[in-house]
Design a protein around this ligand. Sequence first.
Ligand code: ADP
Length: 290
Amino acid sequence: MNLTINNLSKTYSNGVQALVNVSLTIPNGLFGLLGPNGAGKSTLMRTIATLQEADNGEIWMDDLNVLEQKQELKQTLGYLPQEFGFYPKDRAFNLLDQLSMLKGIKDKSERKQLVEYIMKKVNLWDDRKQRIGTFSGGMKQRFGIAQALLGNPKLIIVDEPTAGLDPYERRRFHNLLAEIGKDIIVILSTHIVDDVSNLCSNMAIIDKGRILLQTDPGEIIKDFEGKIWEKDIIGINMEDFEKEYHVISTRLFAGKNFVRIFSETDPDNDFKSVESILEDVYFYTLSTRS
Ligand code: ADP
């Protein structure tokens, strides 16, 4: 299965160009769409989910014309939006049961079996009788995945899923996505670089509506090996420094400020060569956009 996006563009009525000629090919597995706030991620996710129209372009899921065959797409799509509204008094099992009825599963025992299977998969079976309003952030996200899994989708879209989760909940959510992403396409839209580096076999970086890079995270990190350098910057004038070096980020570690730069050759001046990470690729790509 491949999701292919060709020259997708969208300009909102206020003149904001949210998508500019976006083209991407997304295979089975976990795909990370990484970009800062306002980059156009949600616009792209909502367009793929056929919740809003593009001005131009096409989206194909194998030979299904997504933007023309919306009903067919919806039958194979699971969508977890940024803001997922639940009626807080609903109990988890009952709500999933109702939602599966809406998905067209009429047989009661078939529904029960399916809901049980999915609730066990997302690790909420023991909480099935709880009201959703009492769930933690991580439980709500796992419940969101559960509803997205109803109807056996071939494509799942999750928009900014780990914002606000604690590290334990995030890890648990990652494991769940990794398991689901074995057989189908899962698109994970996020501004958190670690979500992508831990999980995704494919990724793209988007900014100001344009795709700046589509790559395999593991491969691209190797391309940056030996080119990332770091030093502490006590007493340094950053403005002068930025004129001399290609600064990609600064970070605080153990109370000291460190700067990371990109340089093909040894910059001397007390810089130490450091291991490249996906964050370097991300900041470098954003810093070199035209
Ligand atoms: P992201 O999900 O990466 O944060 P969005 O797709 O939400 O980005 O937004 C992309 C750009 O489009 C932003 O500049 C945003 O302000 C603008 N935008 C999003 N939705 C609308 C809308 N309904 N009307 C006008 N502008 C919008």
